[in-house]
Design a protein around this ligand. Sequence first.
Ligand code: XMP
Ligand code: MG
Length: 180
Amino acid sequence: MHNDIQEVLYSEEQIMQKVKELGQQISQDFEGRNLLVICVLKGAFIFMSDLVKSITIPLEVDFMAVSSYGQSTKSSGVVKIIKDLDVPVEGRNVLIVEDIIDSGLTLSYLIDVLERRNALSVSVVTIFDKPIRRTVDLEPDYKGYTLPDAFVVGYGLDYAEKYRNLPYIGILKEAVYAGK
Ligand code: XMP
Ligand code: MG
């Protein structure tokens, strides 16, 4: 275990098992329909790549990068699109792939954008969920593990761009970000 990690919440093996189950469920639910899988960068990049390997129906992938405008606007759910999709979503079943849902503001903004672009359907899969932190009424269609209200890193999630490559999800030691 990395020295900056206080506690591992879910191991690489546990995450991989959950990702397989999610992939199977999604394959069943979208059988016979066109599917566009959208990765929300950067945090979801590892989950995205594991997930699409577990989906057995034809699909396309695309990527989007978003960031909050800042503290004051974050609460209003205003999000800036840093990198937009390469393809139109009109008439397509889109599946948004997220690393973690916290307040839900980022996601509710994204869903709104894709619906306004006339996607046929908009679904959400997240590998981690912190429902206790939610400020908007939003439930993912598919979710992996529910986490406690702690700052977590690994499996794509970062602190100051570090720890994304840890294969497990763990709570970051407070000493790492205290005084910063
Ligand atoms: P909202 O609040 O809009 O934001 O649902 C979700 C985004 O916030 C980030 N986030 C975290 N990142 N460890 C992280 O590394 C965490 O514990 C954590 N909680 C929220 C993340 O970018 C997510 O997409
Ligand atoms: Mg994210």
